[in-house]
Structure formats: C-alpha cells, structure tokens
Design a protein. Structure first.
Lengths: 140, 499
C-alpha cells in the first residue's frame, strides 16, 4: 500500500494501539480487559504496521518470530498455573500478594500469578494472530 | 491429589514449548522423546492412584464443581491416558526414523506433543465445554500435522478432514448450548442428575442425537466416516499411526462417556439406533477395505470397521458388552498404530505402499513379516491374540441377550477382516516383487530401520502379552464397565470432592 497519508498515520497509530494493548492487559481481571483482548489489539498494531511498511519490515520490527512468541507465551501461562503447586493448591489457583493492604479495596497494588497467566495469554494471542496474518500477507 | 490428574496434560504441553524452542537442533527430538517417556511415567502414577481409590477427581483453580472445571479419572479414563502415553512414546521413537529435518524445524514435535496433550485432556475432563476445548486443541494440532511437509495430496486430504471435523464440532457445540439451556450445567456428573430431572425429555433425546452425530463424525461411524479414508493415507506414517490409534478413539470414548453417564433416559431409542449404526459401520468398513489395494487405505477402512465393534459394545448396554467395548478400545489402539508402523517400514523396504507395486517382503524381511502377522491376525480376531478376546466378549454379549443377527454380523465381519489381511499378506509379503528386485533393508540407513523397528516390536509384544495373559486386562475392563453402568462413585467423587 503506497499511500503517504496511511504511512504517516500508521506511525502514530501503531504506537497508540500498542500502548493501548498494554493498558488493556494490565487493566484486566478486576475490570474489563485482559490478556486475550490485549493480545488482539497488540496484533492489530503490528498488522497496521505490516500494511504500511510490508510484512518483511514488520517481521524485523517484531524482532522475534511470532511462532516463538506464541510458544513462549504458552510456557509462561503453564508456569503461572504450576506455581500454585508450591502453595499446595490445585492447578491454576490464583496466588495473590497484596501490597499495602489485604484485599482489592484496601491495597495499593498486588503481585499475582493471574497477571503472569494473562501475560502468557497475551503473548500466545499476539504470536498466533501475527503468524497467521504474516503468512497470508507474504504469500499473496 | 489434584496434581496426579494435571501432570499427564501439563507434561506434553511443557514438552511442546521446549521442543519448539529447540526445533532447529538435534536436541529437539530427544526432548520430545524424553517428554513422552515422562508422560508415560506420570500416566502410570495416575493409573496407580485410580487403582487404589476407584475414582479420582480434582477441581481446577479451586472452583468447586459444578462451577469450575473438573478433571476426573475413573478406570476407563485412566487406561485411556496410559494407552495414549504408550502410543505417544512409540510414535516419538518411530518419528526419529521417519521425520526429515526440514519437517522437524517446522515444529513437528511441538505439534505432536500438543496433539497428545489434547487427547489426554479429552480423556480426563469432567466438563462438557472443556471437552469441546480439547477437541479443538486436537483438531488444530492434527490439521497442522496432516499437511506438514506439504504436497497437493496432503492439502487435499487436510481440507476434507478439517471441513468435516468442523461440522462435527459445530453440531457438538450446538448440542452443548441446548443442553446448557435445558439444564443450566455443563459438569458431566451434575448433568446426570439434571438431565434425568429435566421436564422436556423429548428435547433431551434430540440433544442426545446431536451429540451422537457430533461424536459419530469424530469416531468415524456409518454414515459419517468418509473423511477418514480420504485423509489417513497421505501424511507421514508416524502421523497416520498416531491418528489411527488415538483420534477416532476419542470420539468412541466421548460416546461411551456421554451415553452411559448422561443420556440414559431413553436407552430403547438412542442405543437401538447405535446398534444399527454399529452394524452398518462394521460391515461397510470391511467391504470398503476389500475394494482397496493400498496398504494404508485398507488399514484406514479397517479402522472404521473396528470402530463398529466398540460402539456395538456400548449399544448393547449390558455389563459384558461394555466390558468387551472397553477391552476392544485398548486392544485396537495398540494393534492399529502398530499396523501403520509396519506399513511405514514396508515402504522403506519395498519403496511403495501400493500393493500392486511391492512384494517379496517375506523373503527379504522375515522379521517384519512375523511382526506384521501378530497385529494383523490380532485385528482379525485369531486366537490366542488380543483381538480374539475382544471379539469373543462382544459376540458372547450378543449371544447372551439372544441377538443372533448381531453375533452373526460380528463373526462375518471378522471373517472378511481375515480376507483383507491375507490380501496384504499375499501381495506385499509372499508375491515376488513386480520389478524383479529383492526389497532390501539397505534402501534405508540402519539408524532409520532401528528406530522404526523398536516401537513395532514393543507394541507387538504387548499384543502377545494381552493375548496369552488376558485375565488381569479382562478384570480391569470388567471394573471399568461396572463403573460406567453405575456411575454413583463417579458422581459423588466429582460433586463431593473438597479441594
């Protein structure tokens, strides 16, 4: 696509979309959002970039191949689920550590395995969608 | 307790991740092999737990049934998980010989491990929607495995396979939606009660038929089997062996689970249909095989014919018949995967799987000939191999309720199976090679034939062990059938378990 307007706008859009996708990821669990939708928006950012600059350029921008991102994401999600083993809870039980309080309402923020799992999902979705779309764009 | 149930699923997934990251190095294939061996160990641990306690259940994420996802293993699930791990290990060894490096670097081992995880998950889940998810995991992995390596034939087979399986999944999903609408739960143990108490029993029967169609496509029963012979003869032998061994059996397992645990309200209607479906499956499968002259196509049609015996065990719905069905399921996975392994090695030796273009294997590869005889005669039901006991139980169950016609068809199909097996025997092994050459093992490097021979020998000896010493296996199948027919234990363990 050789439109100057689109190429110029894409630069702005890509950054905005990507930041928004991270915002969605971090907002998840207690509010609407989460890893899946975040990963989709993140993938859209890279798809816009690949439409503006071509799939070869977009692959370079991603640095790591999307398939590897997806598999690493799967590994992270699995590890997040396995973590509850050390706490003596069943698989995938969320482990929460509240900082500055003892519940969602009173604490400042929390460290938890649910976010780690969501990051894994984010990477799986991002990698999965991108490996599909790059494959389509490259062959046509 | 819960980790005993999680590990058989988590190990293949973890192996997939590591094997994918190492896909460009020789280490990748050894990681896959080690992962498969570890899967077998954790499956054996699960089996021991089930043998000690009867039924084992666990609530994922600490959400109690029927709200969370439950993993549950009774005798049937446990034996299916173990046999999946055994097939997985055999296939991982066989792949060392057959899969070329280009395919490895596309992520073959990762996909294979995901497939095993999907199959294991389907056997272990106690939640209907989760079962759907595992079906999807299996479908995605199996579609990729079917077309991996490229080629027009493989893509053609892949399209047919994925299209028909998507239809089946759609019917299954619609069934789930309707069932949830009627009962408000998707936990299988909870459904038993909820379905029995549902007001509109007519609608329940309709939903039951939707499940029968959905699982029927997966299991390849008459008249929904045509995707199977269209696709199983194209991929790598490694892959067609694991497909032949495991994928259709997930459909049979799902039928057995749902039609003993949940849909037992109108047995006279649903199981009567299943009897006719089974008989037609057995008969059309074996007749289809008679018309083929390709090693793998004959075997593919025989999968269909044998599936009929298993569903027949379910359809007759007596303790003895179900026991025969369970026994058949286990015996068939071992035998069928092994026959595809043999087909792959025969191709290495003789250069083709078209029976008209090969021959002379008996003279040049007597060991392979002997190893073909064992699973082939077992499949046909020759005493004293494992298939004989499986068929014996089914026929006896039919005679016990004076179903002469069913017993007659079972025996007739057994006879026709021998016909196809002798056809392969005569054309691939006895007849001289049409090119006038001796098929020699030298065509393939020794490393290759060794890797392919080990799983064949291993599975053949399992067939012999089951054949000559069937008592513990029959006892096991008896307990599994009792648990299926009286799932009180299953239901109380799932719903009453405290995490």
């Amino acid at each position: 696509m050789n439109s100057i307007i689109f190429t110029a706008a894409a630069r702005l859009l890509v950054a905005l979309l990507f930041v928004f996708s991270l915002f969605m990821l971090l907002r998840g669990h207690h509010l609407p959002g989460g890893g899946f939708i975040g990963g989709l928006i993140g993938a859209v950012a890279f798809i816009v970039y690949s439409l503006a600059a071509g799939p070869a350029e977009a692959r370079l921008a991603l640095r790591i191949s999307p398939e590897v991102i997806a598999m690493v994401g799967l590994g992270i999600a699995l590890l997040a689920g396995m973590f509850s083993f050390f706490m003596g809870d069943p698989f995938f039980t969320g482990q929460w550590y509240w900082v500055g309080g003892d519940s969602y309402e009173t604490s400042v923020f929390s460290i938890n395995t649910v976010l780690v799992f969501d990051i894994g999902v984010y990477l799986v979705v991002l990698g999965g969608i991108l490996s599909l779309t790059y494959a389509f764009e490259e062959e046509t | 307790m819960s980790w005993v149930l999680v590990m058989p699923i988590a190990v293949p997934f973890a192996t997939a991740v590591v094997a994918y990251l190492a896909r460009n190095y020789p280490a990748g294939r050894w990681i896959s092999l080690a992962g498969s061996a570890l899967s077998l160990v954790v499956s054996a641990v699960l089996m021991v737990a089930v043998l000690n306690e009867g039924v084992v259940a666990a609530q994922m994420s600490n959400w109690n049934a029927p709200f969370g996802i439950t993993l549950v293993a009774d005798y049937l699930s446990a034996v299916m998980v173990v046999i999946t791990a055994i097939t997985g290990l055999a296939t991982a060894i066989y792949a060392l010989g057959e899969i070329p490096e280009e395919t490895e670097s596309l992520g073959f081992y990762a996909l294979f491990q995901v497939l095993i995880a999907g199959v294991t998950g389907a056997f272990l889940t106690g939640d209907l929607f989760n079962l759907y998810v595992w079906f999807e995991v299996m479908l995605i992995a199996s579609f990729s495995l079917l077309v991996i390596g490229g080629g027009k034939e493989r893509l053609d087979a892949g399209i047919k396979y994925v299209a028909l399986n998507l239809v089946s999944t759609l019917v299954f999903l619609s069934g789930i939606g309707l069932l949830y609408g009627v009962t408000g739960t998707l936990n299988m143990a909870d459904l038993r009660e909820a379905v029995a108490n549902a007001e509109n029993q007519g609608l329940i029967t309709v939903i039951a038929m939707m499940f029968m169609v959905g699982f029927g496509v997966k299991a390849a029963v008459f008249p929904l089997f045509f995707w199977l012979p269209a696709s199983y003869h194209t991929p790598y032998f490694t892959i067609s062996a694991v497909f032949a061994g495991l994928l259709t059996k997930v459909g049979v397992y799902a039928l057995m689970r749902m039609f003993t645990l949940v849909f037992v309200g109108d047995v006279g209607f649903t199981h009567e249909i299943l009897i006719w479906v089974s008989l037609l499956t057995m008969f059309t499968g074996v007749i289809g095989a008679a018309a083929q002259s390709d090693f793998r196509k004959i075997l593919s049609f025989h999968i269909i014919s044998q599936i009929g015996y298993m569903t027949l065990g379910l359809a007759l719905f007596t303790p003895l018949a179900l026991m025969g069905g369970v026994f058949y399921l286990v015996h068939h996975i071992i035998v069928k995967a092994n026959l595809f392994f043999v087909a792959g090695l025969a191709k290495q030796y003789a250069g083709s799987t078209d029976l008209n273009r090969i021959g002379g294997l008996y003279k040049s590869a007597p060991l392979l000939a002997a190893l073909f005889i064992i699973p082939a005669f077992s499949l046909a039901g020759f005493p004293p191999l494992s298939g004989f006991w499986a068929k014996y139980l089914i026929v006896k169950a039919a005679l016990e309720i004076d179903a002469w016609f069913i017993a007659f068809v079972s025996l007739l199909v057994g006879l026709l199976t021998i016909f196809s097996m002798t056809k392969i025997w005569g054309m691939a092994f006895w007849k001289p090679h049409p090119d006038g050459i001796d098929p020699t093992p030298d065509r393939a490097p020794a490393r290759v034939t060794r890797a392919m021979m080990i799983p064949i020998i291993g599975l053949a000896s399992m067939t012999i062990v089951i054949g000559f010493y069937p008592e513990p296996f029959v006892q096991f199948a008896r307990t599994a059938a009792e648990q299926l027919l009286d799932p009180t234990d299953y239901v109380t363990t799932v719903l009453g378990v405290q995490p």
